[in-house]
Ligand binder design. Structure first.
Ligand code: PMP
Length: 359
């Protein structure tokens, strides 16, 4: 069966080369007569895989030694809770910016644990824009400032980290990490569920400045970043296969020319699709120009009664997973690193044909 053009928001398309590499070694990995899934995470062979993956990620992102890189489980959702537990004390104020569904979920968990100051909330624009920086109400001694760098559902992305003075920046980068270069030095903590640009679901990456974490806060080691860092993310059995797959993806990104090249590629893909949407009276993207995501592009049809027909015909044309999130409807094209220009061209051609037949 031929591969389709997959626009899934996550778990999302992976590079075919990576899938084929994993397939080639699936039953007899490196001549061991076993798969990488069937060996101890403490074996020499797996430790080499794990260390190489971390080294490649550090190289790709230029991560300074002052930062720990953790390979955890629990998804980005678990980090919504672990961040307040690890980076602040009870009673301390934390700042949170609300720009859509995911930062709202992080807010709910933050409020369960800490005194949260909502810096600003994009609700007035229906989360199609970010409130102007001069309207933000920052706390000068907040433990940290949390924001979602790319709202996967609404398609609202920060193209530069916000300036919040000396308060450490904490970013949910689940759907933007590895899509372009970022200056890690500007952040206290960056986290991402793997299932978009990194690899299969089950792995969560946390990059955290070591001086911000300590043993004892929180008391449970399994919830404690410092304990995970000391244990090399192997306090217990890590998501070994997902870690291995992430390593293959990191090596693939290096072969593509690293994050500079990835950024140029992603920008040109997104610009092409936005130009097609903006150039048509039949399709519309609601997001403010400065915050349009390179990764997730929602769009609505002028005749929403044709949504079902659009999706059915798209699928027949080999373009799948274009349905918008159930909370917002319409369409969404997620165009992460592994989505090639050929997929963008096929989508645009299909959209134009559908418009010609239905406008
Ligand atoms: N944050 C963002 C920006 C996301 O896109 C997602 C998942 N789509 C999450 C958090 C939640 O991730 P997980 O399902 O890995 O907990």
């Amino acid at each position: 069966m031929a591969r389709v053009f997959n626009f899934s928001a996550g778990p999302a398309a992976l590079p075919l080369e990576v899938l084929e590499e994993a397939q080639a070694g699936l039953t007899d990995w490196q001549g061991s007569g076993m798969s990488v899934m069937e060996i101890s995470h403490r074996s020499k062979a797996f430790i080499a895989v794990a260390e190489q993956a971390e080294a490649d990620l550090r190289e790709l992102m230029n991560i300074p030694d002052e930062y720990a890189v953790l390979f955890l489980q629990g998804g980005a959702t678990q980090q919504f809770a672990l961040i307040p537990m690890n980076l602040s004390d009870e009673g301390q104020t934390v700042d949170q910016l609300v720009t859509g569904s995911w930062s709202k979920k992080a807010l709910k968990e933050g409020k369960n644990l800490r005194n949260v100051n909502i810096v600003a909330d994009g609700g007035d624009s229906n989360y199609a824009d970010v409130p102007a920086r001069d309207q933000w109400k920052l706390t000068s001694d907040a433990a940290y400032f949390h924001y979602c760098a790319n709202e996967t559902i609404g398609g609202v992305e920060f193209h530069e980290p916000p300036d919040v003075g000396n308060v450490p920046l904490v970013a949910d980068m689940s759907s933007t990490l590895l899509s372009r270069p970022i200056d890690v030095n500007k952040f206290g903590l960056i986290y991402a569920g793997a299932q978009k640009n990194i690899g299969p679901a089950g792995l969560t990456i946390v990059i955290v400045r070591k001086d911000m974490i300590k043993r004892g806060r929180p008391a449970s080691d399994i919830l404690n970043y410092a304990a995970h860092a000391e244990g090399g993310s192997m306090m217990n059995t890590p998501p070994a296969f997902a870690w291995y797959m992430a390593g293959l993806v990191f090596a693939w990104i290096k072969r593509q020319g690293g994050l500079e090249a990835m950024g140029e590629f992603n920008k040109s893909k997104a610009n092409k699709l936005y130009a097609a949407i903006d150039g048509s009276a039949f399709y519309a993207n609601p997001v403010a120009l400065d915050y349009r995501s390179w990764m997730n592009i929602p769009f609505a049809l002028a005749k929403p009664e044709l949504d079902g027909e659009f999706l059915a015909q798209a699928e027949q044309a080999g373009l799948v997973n274009l349905k918008g999130h159930r909370s917002v409807g319409g369409m969404r094209a997620s165009i992460y690193n592994a989505v090639r220009m050929e997929a963008i061209d096929a989508l645009i051609a299909f959209m134009q044909e559908f418009e010609a037949n239905n406008a």
